[in-house]
Ligand binder design. Structure first.
Ligand code: ZN
Length: 91
């Protein structure tokens, strides 16, 4: 049996690859499925079934979202220094 991860030839009765220790009986995630932007919010037990390529795409999307949130937060922090509150609203 050929390992789907490292292409090493293994004994046909082996349950794991003798080179990389990957399970030989577990089907490798496929690249054929679609991945959606919202998928990066899914929990680990679901994401473990995704192909590495899709996980990298989702990681990139999550990092873009984190960067956008950071810049938004920084903008709010900088903007708050310029706001003046009228004296009638101050106790
Ligand atoms: Zn292997």
């Amino acid at each position: 049996m050929i390992c789907s991860y490292c292409q090493t030839e293994n004994n046909k009765f082996a349950s794991e690859c003798n080179f990389c220790k990957a399970p030989l009986k577990v089907e490798r995630p496929s690249l054929n499925r679609e991945v959606m932007e919202e998928d990066y919010e899914k929990p680990f037990p679901i994401l473990i079934n995704y192909h590495t390529y899709h996980l990298l795409l989702l990681l990139r999307k999550a990092r873009e979202e984190r960067t956008r949130c950071y810049h938004l937060m920084r903008g709010v922090q900088k903007g708050s220094k310029w706001i003046e509150i009228a004296s009638e609203f101050v106790c």
